[in-house]
Design a binder for this molecule. Structure first.
Ligand SMILES: [Zn+2]
Ligand SMILES: [Zn+2]
Ligand SMILES: [Zn+2]
Length: 273
């Protein structure tokens, strides 16, 4: 007993990390408008995929990774009223298109308080947000514009309210993409390639999330095989695939094609480490 207590004392206390998959679909979402394939017509809730986004809760801090066109629906489904920050992986619309809806979070305690939403991205991504939502950043904004404060990060780890976040860089076809590591959890979406140097930053990760568009190769996203290669290299305890298209097939069938410890994520799935 005394040994157990002694060991327990020496072990550093880990803050629990909880991951919620808010959306696991590619840019068009699943079902796809006008498609009558078996996946798009499936009655299995795991085959209905909103645009890719995730919520990472570290203790009482809550981070949203990406805010695509389904952001409003995702916040409503999970009952979210307060967040610590939004982290953006890149500037594609399926990852930033829902930012106007941060207004609801701004005014949740109004009139006593207005919560500015803090948004983190690379210089390139922040420039795009400034351009696309220029009405929110004008010198003389009208009443009711989304209150967003942009923060640019580079290649170095940064901290938000005491939580360290390590940016992981890769290529998404023609431009740079960022994944994020929080302690033993790492989340990568829309990657096509990653250098050995960046891969090193994933060592020791227990739970890894990686994008996998479909089984066939694609120009700007990992296929399932490419995602599995990265997972094999990092060797986490568990891995989930996200950002899937309807081409992946029915969840219940496609999942059987994956090795042990790897699964296709689905909307609403919650995982804790
Ligand atoms: Zn995407
Ligand atoms: Zn379809
Ligand atoms: Zn993209």
């Amino acid at each position: 007993m005394s040994i157990y207590l002694c060991n327990a004392k020496m072990e550093p206390k880990r803050t629990p990390i909880r991951l919620t998959f808010l959306g696991t679909g590619t840019s068009q979402g699943v079902p796809v408008i006008g498609c009558d394939c078996a996946v798009c017509c499936s009655a299995d809730a795991r085959d209905a995929r909103l645009r890719t986004s995730a919520m990472v809760e570290v203790g009482d801090k809550r981070f949203i990774i990406d805010a695509g066109p389904d952001f409003r629906q995702q916040m409503l489904r999970e009952g979210v009223s307060h967040i610590t920050a939004i982290l953006l992986s890149h500037k594609h619309k399926d990852h930033i298109g829902g930012l106007d809806d941060v207004r609801a979070l701004n005014f949740v305690d109004y009139p006593h308080e207005i919560h500015t939403v803090h948004i983190y991205g690379t210089h390139d991504t922040c420039e795009c947000v400034r351009k696309d939502f220029d009405y929110a950043f004008s010198a003389n904004p009208y009443r009711g514009v989304p209150q967003m404060q942009l923060h640019e990060f580079g290649t170095e780890p940064f901290e938000i309210e005491g939580v360290e976040i390590v940016p992981i860089r890769g290529e998404h076809s023609r431009f740079e993409i960022t994944g994020f590591r929080f302690g033993e959890l790492a989340y990568l979406t829309d990657f096509k390639t990653i250098s050995d140097e960046e891969c090193e930053k994933l060592q020791g990760v227990e739970l890894l999330v990686v994008n996998a568009l479909r089984f066939e190769p694609h120009d700007s996203h990992f296929s399932v095989d490419e995602a599995l290669q990265l997972i094999g290299k990092v060797a986490p305890q568990r891995a989930y695939l996200t950002h899937m298209s309807h081409d992946i097939g029915l969840h219940c069938v496609a999942n059987l094609r994956l090795p042990e410890g790897v699964e296709f994520a689905y909307d609403g799935l919650k995982v804790e480490i």
